[in-house]
Design a protein around this ligand. Structure first.
Ligand SMILES: Cc1ncc(C[n+]2csc(CCOP(=O)(O)OP(=O)(O)O)c2C)c(N)n1
Ligand SMILES: [Mg+2]
Length: 388
């Protein structure tokens, strides 16, 4: 008798009849690869190692480099937000709370590998070799900021959600065709995972075994849409099974778990097996973008609960436990990185000289007469207002 029917004199549900497994020619369940999803978490929320078997065996100097990468991401983000609030920066998407996801995914990449990031990847971009002043130029709207730095294998991010994922898959196919020793790592959000373009990229990559790692940063929200309204099954790693690629679900606030998951995924793609899906479960602790006010659609208690899971506090506790950090070292590292950020801001200020006339300059080879007149009139108005 099933447990549901034990006390049910009122129940009308009949116990399901025993029946033999159904076999359909050519598609018996045992011939379908149902796959499995590993769940990875090395550090719990207090920084305690809960899965020593998956703890990456990294030298102490590397652990501290990773820590610095996360602090740089946090400090830069906070500085950019202050600059935006003071009118010195354009709209941007803060990465606060996603530092472990960001650094953990790029840490196992080589410089030959290609990164195809979303717009919320500033910390990872700095790790990969962007200077902070160039990123400031970019997000302040200066075209000089957009050129990918020499020697950084990266694709431009796209604001059209999910649209970069098929492009990244195409680059992976190019790598495969040329037999290059490289993989592509692309990241996107839980909201992006609902886009048809992402499903098409998954399917294409799985069929043609493209060397690509898909990282879905499941951060709870797509602007004001929570994950429950985004996906019938909010375990997005489960999609790997459907598309025929291995997948892991990892605690995205645990940088060691991220490194373990992404190393596994990158090694798999590099050795010619095809794509791999990593679902990083994290939380967007701050604003969707600087144009957003999350207080109108989510509760303070929810944010507070995630503050306690902060990826930086967790990694700090782990490093303290290993005697690699103490409060004085934490303060020194933060101060050093703050000075780096301030120096980048100062270099940005020197470079960020607006040239309003440029909006006329890059569309036509020879500017038509009417636009020449508009340009002259516009510049004259600015001059009268004292802007130029
Ligand atoms: C095709 C498309 N639809 C809608 C938007 C507006 N939009 C910008 S960001 C965003 C949410 C994306 O959420 P998610 O993919 O979870 O990434 P997150 O911002 O949380 O990192 C939306 C709907 C867009 N930019 N492109
Ligand atoms: Mg999201």
């Amino acid at each position: 008798m099933s447990p549901r029917s034990t006390n049910s004199t009122t129940s009308t549900a009949a116990a399901p009849a025993e029946r033999p497994p159904v076999h359909v020619e050519g598609c018996a369940v045992d011939t379908i690869n149902l796959g499995s999803i590993d769940v990875i978490r090395v550090l719990d929320e207090t920084g305690k190692v809960v899965d020593p078997a998956h703890e990456p065996n990294l030298p102490e100097s590397e652990l501290l480099r990773i820590y610095r990468g996360m602090i740089r991401s946090r400090r830069f983000d906070q500085r950019m937000l202050a600059m935006q609030r003071q009118g010195e920066m354009g709209t941007f998407a803060p990465g606060l709370g996603q530092e472990a996801t960001q650094i953990g995914q790029v840490y196992p990449m080589t410089s030959r590998d290609w990164f195809s990031p979303s717009y919320r990847s500033i910390g990872a971009q700095v790790w990969r070799g962007w200077t902070m002043e160039q990123l400031l130029l970019l997000w302040a709207g200066f075209f000089e900021g957009f050129a990918i730095p020499e020697g950084v294998n990266e694709l431009p991010f796209s604001i059209v959600i999910g649209s970069h994922v098929p492009v990244a898959t195409g680059v992976a196919m190019g790598i495969k065709t040329r037999k290059e020793d490289a993989v592509v790592v692309t990241n996107f959000g839980d909201g992006a995972s609902s886009q048809g373009a992402v499903a098409e990229a998954f399917n294409f990559a799985a069929v043609y075994k493209a060397p690509i790692v898909f990282i879905v940063e499941s951060n709870g929200w797509a602007i004001s849409t929570p994950i429950e309204k985004q996906a019938g099954n909010s375990v997005l790693a489960a999609r790997g099974v459907g598309f025929g690629m291995p997948a892991v679900r990892v605690d995205g606030n645990d940088v060691l778990g991220m490194i373990e998951a992404c190393t596994r995924a990158i090694d798999y793609a590099r050795s010619g097996h095809g794509p791999f899906l990593v679902e990083a479960v994290t939380y967007r602790m701050s604003l969707h973008t600087t144009a957003d006010d999350p207080k109108v659609y989510r509760k303070d208690e929810e944010v507070k609960a995630w503050e306690a899971k902060c990826p930086i506090l967790r990694f700090e506790a782990y490093l303290k436990g290993r005697k690699l950090l103490d409060d004085a070292a934490i303060a020194t590292i933060n101060e050093e990185i703050e000075q780096e950020v301030i120096a980048a801001r100062d270099r940005f200020r020197e470079l960020a000289v607006a040239k309003p006339g440029e909006i006329f300059d890059f569309v036509y080879d020879a500017l038509p007469a009417d636009l020449q007149n508009q340009k002259a009139e516009y510049l004259e108005r600015l001059r009268r207002k004292g802007v130029q």
